[in-house]
Design a protein around this ligand. Structure first.
Ligand code: SF4
Length: 79
């Protein structure tokens, strides 16, 4: 999956991650997520992105300003 695959995510065309290195958003469990999270923090479509990530239960990567671990925690709390 690409961050710029707009077919099911038309809002992604307006994401602050456009043009950014996709690796910043997939740091893995050992990597540093801070730069990806920093980019997300100013993103105008962060709410849409987070909603999509939660709805699709996507396991990997930073979406909507949250790491996979943060999203898992959020989902557990709201279950
Ligand atoms: S919230 Fe982050 S991952 Fe989602 S579109 Fe914006 S910059 Fe990209």
């Amino acid at each position: 999956m690409s961050l710029l695959d707009f077919e099911d995510r038309p809002w992604a065309a307006f994401g602050s991650c456009r043009g950014a290195d996709p690796d910043l958003f997939f740091p893995g469990s050992e990597g540093d997520p801070r730069e990806g999270l920093r980019i997300c923090s100013g993103c105008p479509v962060a709410d849409e992105c987070l909603d999509w990530a939660l709805e699709t239960r996507i396991h990997y990567g930073i979406w909507g300003g949250m790491t996979e671990r943060q999203r898992r925690r959020l989902l557990r709390r709201s279950a």
